[in-house]
Design a protein around this ligand. Sequence first.
Ligand SMILES: [Zn+2]
Length: 75
Amino acid sequence: MPLYEYVCPQCDTRFEKLRPMTDGVEAQCPRCSTPARRVISLFAAFTRGEAGESRAVAGGGCACSAGGACGCAGE
Ligand SMILES: [Zn+2]
């Protein structure tokens, strides 16, 4: 089940909920019970970028003469 992040338009509370994909895009705010809209998690996008960067750095350690262009890096 995917984890979604919500922001309440009423009291600005941020909360996360595990919901099935088939569910609607709204969830009830735990503080004031207002239907809150789902938001894209910027934090999740940021951590994915960080992981990609460190993988690229590790790929530079390839021991063959092709210098990473050989495709053996990271295996
Ligand atoms: Zn609220």
